[in-house]
Design a protein around this ligand. Structure first.
Ligand code: ARG
Length: 458
C-alpha cells in the first residue's frame, strides 16, 4: 500500500471510492520517464544549492536512475493503489534508498511537477508527430513523382471543373502538411518553458536554482509566474488545436482517396493489403482504413473540445480538474500518430488507373475557361467571352455536338475573334500548359515544385 503524500493531517482513512475516484495512475503512468528525469534534475539542484547534502542528492539520483532503467525497459510494475505517478515513484524510491528519499519533494509540489512532466512529454511527442508528418509528406511526394505525367479532371463543388496534374493536386497536401508542421513547432516554443520551482503556486522560501534545472532538462526558458505555471494548460490546448487542424487535413485527403477509389470516379486502386471486405457482399473491397482515418478525426476534435471545456470555468491557480487534461491529450497524440503512420504506408499502395483517367479528360467541358481566355487574348472583354463560351456550351452540351467539331463558319457565328487554331487548346495537355501563373498547374511549374520539395525533404 502506497502511503499518501498528504496522509498525516487526516484523522481518518479516505473512503475506498475516494481513492478510486481521485486516482490517475492508470493514465499518468505514461509520464513516468519524464517524472523521474525531472526529479533527477531537481535532486541535483537541491544538492548543488546545499538544501540537501551532496551525499543525499547522489543517493536520490542513483535510486531514481535504477527506477528509470526499469521504466524504460518496461519492467516497472506500476502500483494500482498509488494516487498518481508522482506518489508511485516517490514511494518506490523510499523503499529503495530509505530516508534520503523523503527530501526529494523539498521545494516542489505535484502541481509544478505535473506541469513539468506534461511539458517534457509534449516536447518529445511534438517531435514524433512532426517526424511522422514529414514521412507522410515524403510518401505523398514519391507518389506524385511516380505519376508526374498524369492529368486528372479537377473538381469544384464536386462537379467536373478543369484539368490539373495529379501531382499538382498532391502537392497541395504537402503544402498543407508543411503549415501543420510549422504550427506544431511554433506551439513547441511555448511548451518549452520550465515550470518546476513554482511549487504549489506561490514559489518557495528555499534558495532554489530554477535556471540550473532548466539547463539540466534542456528547456529554452523558465516560466516567469508561479501562479500561471500551475494554472494554465493553454500550451496543451494549442497543441491539440494544431493536431486537430492536421487531422482535418488528413480527413480531407482520405475523403479524396475514398471518392477516387469508387467505381464512379475510378481514378485509383488501393492495394488489397490496405482494404477490407464485406461479410455479406462477396464482391466488395472497401477503403475502411481511409474511413477510419476520417472517423478518428472526430475523436481528436472531441479531445480538443474536452480540454477547452475543462478549462473554461476554472478559477486561477491549480485545481484538480486539471488532472483530466491528460486522457484527451494522450488520446489525440496516440490517434494522430496511428493515422500518420498508416496513411504513409497506404500512399505507397495506390495504383493510378491511367487509362481510365485518360478517357475522362477528353470531356470538352474541362476546357471552357481556356476558350474564355483565348477570346480575351484576342481582344474580347471577360464578360463578353464568358457569354460567348456559355452559349457554345449551351448549344453543345448534352446534344452530342463537340466544340472541336465546329467549322470555322460556325465558330465565327459565336465570335469573330475565333480562328481554327482554337481547336489546338481543346485538350488536356494544352489546358494544363496554359496555366503558367505562379502556383498554377503548368507541368514545368509543377516539376519545379516537385524538385523543390524533393530537395527540402531530403
Ligand atoms: N494528478 C494530478 C494532476 O494530474 C497531480 C497534481 C495533484 N496535486 C494536488 N495538489 N492534488 O494534475
Amino acid at each position: 500500500m502506497v502511503k499518501k503524500l498528504w496522509g498525516t493531517r487526516f484523522s481518518k482513512k479516505t473512503h475506498a471510492l475516494t481513492d478510486k475516484f481521485t486516482s490517475s495512475i492508470t493514465f499518468d503512468k505514461r509520464l513516468a520517464k519524464y517524472d523521474i528525469l525531472g526529479s533527477i534534475a531537481h535532486a541535483k539542484m537541491l544538492g548543488k544549492q546545499k538544501i540537501i547534502s551532496q551525499k543525499e542528492s547522489r543517493q536520490i539520483v542513483r535510486g531514481l536512475n535504477s527506477i528509470l532503467k526499469n521504466v524504460v525497459s518496461g519492467k516497472f510494475k506500476f502500483d494500482p493503489a498509488a494516487e498518481d505517478i508522482h506518489s508511485n515513484i516517490q514511494e518506490l524510491l523510499a523503499r529503495k534508498i530509505g530516508s534520503p528519499a523523503h527530501k526529494l519533494h523539498t521545494a516542489r509540489s505535484r502541481n509544478d511537477q505535473v506541469a513539468l512532466d506534461v511539458r517534457m512529454y509534449l516536447k518529445s511527442e511534438i517531435n514524433n508527430v512532426v517526424w511522422l508528418a514529414v514521412m507522410l509528406q515524403k510518401a505523398i511526394l514519391r507518389f506524385a513523382v511516380n505519376n508526374s505525367r498524369v492529368i486528372i479532371p479537377g473538381y469544384t463543388h464536386l462537379q467536373t471543373a478543369q484539368c490539373v496534374l495529379l501531382a499538382h493536386h498532391l502537392l497541395a497536401y504537402i503544402e498543407a502538411l508543411e503549415r501543420d508542421i510549422e504550427r506544431l513547432f511554433d506551439a513547441k516554443s511555448r511548451v518549452d518553458s520550465m515550470p518546476l520551482g513554482s511549487c504549489a503556486f506561490s514559489g518557495t522560501g528555499l534558495n532554489i536554482d530554477r535556471d540550473f534545472v532548466k539547463k539540466e532538462l534542456g528547456f529554452a526558458s523558465v516560466t516567469a509566474n508561479s501562479i500561471d505555471s500551475v494554472s494554465d494548460r493553454d500550451f496543451i490546448i494549442e497543441v491539440l488545436a494544431d493536431i486537430s487542424i492536421l487531422s482535418v487535413h488528413l480527413s480531407r485527403f482520405a475523403e479524396d482517396l475514398i471518392l477516387w477509389s469508387t467505381k464512379e470516379f475510378n481514378f485509383i486502386d488501393i492495394d488489397f493489403s490496405f482494404c477490407t471486405g464485406s461479410s455479406i457482399m462477396p464482391h466488395k473491397k472497401n477503403p475502411d482504413i481511409l474511413e477510419l482515418i476520417r472517423g478518428s478525426v472526430g475523436k481528436i476534435q472531441g479531445d480538443l473540445s474536452s480540454v477547452l471545456i475543462l478549462m473554461k470555468g476554472l478559477p486561477s491557480s491549480y485545481n484538480r480538474d486539471l488532472q483530466l487534461d491528460k486522457p484527451p491529450l494522450f488520446d489525440a497524440i496516440d490517434t494522430i500518430k496511428d493515422i500518420l503512420e498508416i496513411f504513409m504506408e497506404l500512399f505507397g499502395s495506390i495504383a493510378v488507373k491511367k487509362e481510365e483517367i485518360a478517357g475522362r479528360i477528353k470531356d470538352e467541358s474541362l476546357f471552357s475557361v481556356d476558350i474564355v481566355e483565348y477570346l480575351i487574348k484576342k481582344g474580347s472583354s471577360y464578360r463578353q467571352a464568358h457569354d460567348i463560351v456559355g452559349r457554345m456550351y449551351r448549344d453543345s452540351l448534352g446534344k452530342g455536338k463537340a466544340i472541336s467539331g465546329l467549322s470555322l463558319k460556325e465558330l465565327k457565328k459565336y465570335s469573330p475573334y475565333f480562328g481554327l487554331e482554337v481547336k489546338k487548346i481543346l485538350n488536356a495537355w494544352a489546358s494544363v500548359n496554359l496555366k503558367r501563373s505562379y502556383g498554377g498547374t503548368n507541368p514545368k511549374l509543377v516539376a519545379g515544385q516537385l524538385l523543390a520539395w524533393e530537395r527540402r525533404l531530403k
